[in-house]
Design a protein around this ligand. Structure first.
Ligand SMILES: C[S@@+](CC[C@H](N)C(=O)[O-])C[C@H]1O[C@@H](n2cnc3c(N)ncnc32)[C@H](O)[C@@H]1O
Length: 206
């Protein structure tokens, strides 16, 4: 998987990726509902070269963690941010299905995942993802998960995905996580192709 993602990020400019967002509006909308201090840890899992990281920095978040399986992706994000802003981010190259570094994270106030969980087709991969999330996210912390919706694409970058709706994501996280908000959102790729997503915001019981 690492080679797969590295090759894609190597081959394309970030703004050519079929998930590139100039402004990550749906994530921003859900973030605005989270009561988080700007110095609390915020993790973007499978961050890739996401502009959500730029947004967090520009908003004054000072404890940002960007994790991705692809070092190439993280390198591109680091380069875009420039030295000063990049130094505000903790960079973790890791596989969420076999985590070495991510599994040590604790007290995360926000776990943000856009278009990563849906690649985990095997039950064992999802089990590891969930147990890592539960170790990392603090009581009262938030989880934003965005995935291809039930009416959405069945594949991305040649990889099959598992489609979700908000109920499936709620069932996945379990009763400890309260669904605060959800909506369907049709993202358009740089070529203008519609890609329906479901966006969800959960809060962990205190
Ligand atoms: C469709 S992209 C979305 C990137 C980013 N979240 C965004 O919205 O721009 C999926 C990302 O998940 C990363 N990824 C895929 N499988 C992963 C895994 N097992 N562990 C960590 N990252 C993974 C990929 O490298 C890629 O950056």
């Amino acid at each position: 998987m690492k080679e797969h993602w590295d090759e894609i990020y190597e081959a394309l400019d970030v703004d050519e990726l079929t998930w590139y967002e100039e402004i990550p509006e749906p994530s921003i909308k859900l973030l605005s509902q989270c009561h988080i201090n700007k110095d609390e840890p915020v993790l973007d899992v499978g961050a890739g070269a996401s502009t959500f990281i730029d947004y967090l920095i520009n908003q004054g978040f000072s404890n940002i963690i960007a994790a991705d399986i692809s070092e190439i992706a993280l390198g591109k994000l680091r380069a875009r941010l420039g030295k000063e802003k990049a130094s505000l981010v903790r960079w973790i190259a890791d596989d969420i299905t076999q985590p070495i570094h991510i599994q040590d994270l604790r007290d995360i106030a926000l776990w943000h995942d856009r278009a990563v969980l849906h690649f985990l087709l095997e039950e064992n991969q999802r089990r590891v993802y969930l147990s890592t999330l539960k170790k990392a996210v603090k009581k009262g912390g938030y989880v934003i998960i965005a995935a291809f919706s039930l009416t959405g694409a069945k594949k991305c970058t040649g990889l099959e995905v598992r489609n979700y709706d908000h109920n499936m994501l709620a069932e996945f996280l379990g009763k400890e996580f309260i669904l605060l908000d959800h909506f369907d959102y049709t993202y358009h790729t740089p070529a203008g192709v519609p890609r329906p997503y479901v966006y969800t915001l959960f809060q962990r019981n205190s």
